[in-house]
Design a protein around this ligand. Structure first.
Ligand SMILES: [Zn+2]
Ligand SMILES: [Zn+2]
Length: 420
């Protein structure tokens, strides 16, 4: 019978790495990293590339792909991902090598060896490799992302990976309804919370942006390069925002990749509208003027750990007319978090007089979402919670036990094995 080995994301958010083993062979689902306080990558558990039939990357976030090139330093396993996932992965891995290269056991060559022979996979199609069959399913997390239904020795294992069930601008809800699975490995990032309705977050964000801009200020939106920055641009474009909007950093590069892959985008017309109406920061001259007139600057990085967003924040923080609007999770110890909690920026502790707000634009499923997701999947005997902290997992576990007819709910830790 197949086994599930947790090489990463056991009782922690991120560092996703799930190994399905059968007859001494493995199918690896994701191989990501986390980062420690000094920004050094933390790797998942070891696996011998020659024992693997294949590696499937569910999406291009570093916590799902950051360790993958390590498996290709010598001869690596076959690699599978949607076309968009593979495309954006290359950009992110090169960027990570640029920033953290000194701490990485691989370089650009391994990235090329990995992606050079990759197979594009498509939603709803079945792929067979050795004793495993797998099918990517639309997961609604970011463009190109997939949940993976694996079949081995007659057992059906559904790995949701990061998933969402709401309608955003870039992606729509996951399509897992009616899937049959014996085991569901589900993310639990927000296992103890419910998000406000997305439309309400969008409206609240838009109203706040207008208030700042109409008061003569500029709004900085520090945003993750992959998906969040483009999503925010589309929220503004949809409402015909008439002030200048600038896109800076990798946000812009990923927007261009998305635009070239419209079939992965829920509302490609809106993305095109944003890209045609909004302005691209293409150098220092643009950067110096982007924040000087009322408008919006959407810039990477999302937690202000460097990148153009930090440049803007330093120059905009002291002016009370401006706004710094966070649209994603701010990890403890990041400049974004210290702005939210202490009202100061960076080691210099620049006082932030600009209006500071946080908005929930999460791309992760919440507690109620997980419950309804599980209700829609047939034949579930066992649920395995990953990609969540223990507090969130305990809350989710109780709610699943209350509302669903599933008694086997596991919360494995790092390197734990689950026998099926
Ligand atoms: Zn993740
Ligand atoms: Zn993700």
């Amino acid at each position: 019978m197949p086994k599930i080995k947790i090489l990463g994301s056991g009782r922690e958010v991120g560092r996703a790495a799930i190994l399905i083993e059968h007859n001494g062979r493995g199918l690896l689902l994701d191989y990501g990293v986390n980062f420690d306080d000094e920004d050094k990558p933390i790797f998942p558990g070891d696996v011998r590339p020659r024992d693997l039939e294949g590696l499937v990357l569910t999406h291009s976030h570093l916590d799902h792909i950051g360790a993958a090139p390590y498996l290709y330093v010598s001869e690596g396993p076959r690699l599978f991902g949607t076309r968009l996932t593979l495309h954006v992965s290359r950009l992110l891995l090169y960027d990570m090598i640029k920033l953290n290269g000194a701490y990485l056991p691989y370089d650009e060559r391994s990235v090329e060896d990995m992606l050079g022979n990759a197979d594009n996979i498509e939603y709803g199609k079945e792929y067979t490799i050795g004793d495993f069959a797998f099918k990517p399913l639309y997961s609604g997390h970011i463009p190109g992302s997939a949940s993976i239904l694996v079949e081995a020795a007659g057992k059906r294992i559904l790995y949701t990976s990061d998933i969402n069930v709401i309608e955003a601008k870039l992606v729509g809800p996951a399509r897992l309804d009616g899937v049959k699975a014996d085991v569901v490995i589900v993310e639990s990032t927000y296992g103890d919370t419910d998000h406000p309705p997305r439309r309400a977050s969008e409206d609240r964000f838009y109203d706040a942006v207008r208030e700042v801009v109409e008061g003569g200020g500029t709004v900085l939106v520090p945003a993750f390069s992959v998906s969040r920055g483009q999503e925010i641009a589309m929220v503004l474009a949809e409402r015909d925002f008439e002030y200048p909007v600038w896109l800076d950093g990798m946000v812009r590069q990923v927007a261009e990749i998305y635009a070239a892959n419209p079939k992965f985008i829920l509302n490609p017309g809106l993305l095109m509208k944003a890209l045609s109406e909004f302005r691209i920061v293409s150098g220092w001259q643009d950067r110096r003027k982007a924040f000087k007139k009322p408008g919006v600057v959407i810039a990477s990085a999302g937690m202000l750990k460097g990148g153009p967003s930090l440049y803007y924040a330093r120059r905009m923080a002291a002016n009370p007319k401006n706004g710094i609007f966070m649209v994603s999770y701010q990890a403890p110890g990041t400049p974004g978090r210290s702005i939210l909690e202490e009202g100061v920026l960076g080691e210099e502790r620049i006082p932030v007089l600009a209006r500071v707000e946080w908005f929930d634009f999460s791309s992760h499923i919440d507690q109620s979402g997980i419950i309804s997701l599980l209700k829609g999947i047939n034949g579930v005997e066992k649920v395995v919670l990953v990609h969540g902290d223990p507090v969130a997992q305990e809350a989710l576990k109780s709610r699943i036990a209350e509302e669903l007819d599933i008694t086997e709910i596991e919360t494995p830790g790092f390197l734990d094995t689950i026998e099926l």
